[in-house]
Design a protein around this ligand. Structure first.
Ligand code: ADP
Length: 417
């Protein structure tokens, strides 16, 4: 008997991330990353992981020719679009006799608007809705659609499933998602708060509940997903009650290059005083702000931490502004959950930065949150566990996220595997 494999695709405007996941075990077999798509320098990198329980259709090459962590790169200069990248991926699968084991494809889709509160099998109707959602995510949804079309043409006959970043937050109550603007803007253009990182929050929440020995259906969590993009989510009894991102992923926390919350008069202030138009301001707030903007050094938290430790004034300030904003938001989310059983850290920064965790929790003693510095330092690089002081509640927990696995689980379920 062979394994059922799920291909997970996550397309950006010039990139494609892929993961091949075993449906039964959730194990990662192969990951790939295509970069610089749409330029002649495009290439794709494949990386293999140790999964000795995978049984290919024929035993030609799979077990003998690769080791855990093996990596290789293929140029896409002669086919530098998303379809070319998916084609190269199919060739890679063929070279290892894995192509016939792929049973379904799961796509990360950024914006599902108000239409989807869960994952769906993609058909023409769904594609039309995703087109309709383009104004809500003009940078992301077109790339996601391109990826879906590429998968449909290169893997004809396979079920494609859409898993939305926004879906988990569709349980937010009206008072949490409504902007205080004329409601005609909501009715006509869907201008409301949606939230993102939903797939990560949905994966992390039950794992965290299990770690603290609570039933996810009777549990209040505040989860901080801290990567290049970052948001916090209030999860009560397994459902999102509020989150820090809004109609776009710019609202909320201080991120790598994004500003997060600002005075809504920012645009007019900068137009009047700096001669910037809407496009220039939007670009600056998305790409040149956050840790990068404050530090003048880097968007990368590790670099910022190292520079701050060496006394770099900009990096020190960036770290302070970021962790203070984060702490404020966590406290605000505790309003949405009406008290918390656990604060959960995830994402590249949340999983690895003992510094950010420690600084943030130190602001939140008034909520009863504590940190055990030894556990905090020990729980990094893929480890999960409790980092608050023994016997103290609420707990502070670290849970490595796995969005690909969540997408694969939904895809397997909807494909009837
Ligand atoms: P993305 O949102 O692109 O998926 P990740 O979740 O991988 O991003 O997070 C990337 C961030 O995690 C970067 O800012 C990086 O510096 C940070 N990070 C990774 N490892 C560490 C570490 N050991 N200490 C501090 N920050 C880290």
């Amino acid at each position: 008997m062979t394994n059922d494999l799920i291909l997970v695709l996550n397309c950006g405007s010039s990139s494609l991330k892929g993961a091949l996941i075993d449906n039964k075990t959730g194990g990662l077999i192969l990951s790939c990353l295509a970069e610089k798509l749409t330029t002649p320098e495009a290439y794709i990198t494949f990386k293999y992981f140790d999964n000795a329980d995978i049984r290919p259709v024929s035993r030609r090459s799979w077990f003998v020719d690769r080791k855990d962590g093996d990596k290789h790169e293929v140029s896409l200069s002669d086919r530098h679009d998303h379809t070319g990248a998916v084609e190269a991926l199919l060739e890679e699968l063929r070279a290892h006799d894995l192509q016939d084991m792929v049973r379904a494809i799961g796509h990360r889709v950024v914006h599902g608007g108000e239409k989807y509160s869960g994952s769906v099998v993609i058909d023409d109707k769904v594609m039309a809705v995703l087109e309709e959602c383009i104004p809500l995510a003009p940078l992301h949804n077109p790339a996601n659609l391109t990826g879906i079309r590429a998968a449909q043409s290169i893997f004809p006959g396979l079920i494609n499933v859409g898993v939305f970043d926004t879906a988990f937050h569709q349980t937010m109550p009206e008072h949490a998602y409504t902007y205080a603007v004329p409601q005609e803007l909501y009715q006509k253009y869907g201008f409301r708060r949606y939230g993102f990182h939903g797939t990560s929050f949905r994966y992390v929440a039950p794992v965290a509940a299990e770690i603290i020995g609570k039933d996810i259906n009777d549990c209040s969590l505040v989860i901080a997903h801290l990567g290049n993009g970052a948001s916090v989510c209030a999860v009560k009894n397994g459902e999102s009650q509020d989150t820090s991102m809004g109609v776009t992923p710019l609202e909320g926390l201080v991120m790598g290059t994004r500003s997060g919350d600002l005075d809504p008069s920012t645009c007019s202030f900068l137009a009047d005083n700096a001669g910037m138009d809407v496009k220039a301001v939007t670009d600056m707030l998305n790409k040149k702000s956050g840790l990068l903007g404050i530090s003048g050094l880097s968007n990368d938290c590790r670099t910022i931490q190292e520079a701050a430790a060496e006394g770099h004034a900009g990096a020190k300030l960036a770290l302070e502004v970021m962790t203070y904003r984060l702490a404020k938001y966590i406290a605000a989310m505790a309003v949405a959950t009406n008290g918390i059983d656990a604060l959960v850290f995830t994402g590249g920064i949340g999983e690895n930065s003992d510094v950010v965790r420690s600084k943030t929790v130190n602001y939140l003693g008034f909520l009863g949150l504590t940190i055990d510095e030894e556990a905090n330092k020990a729980t990094r690089f893929g480890a999960s566990g409790i980092i608050s002081q023994k016997g103290r509640e609420p707990a502070v927990v670290v849970v490595p996220t796995n969005e690909e696995r969540m997408i694969a689980m939904d895809t397997g379920r909807l494909a009837g595997l």
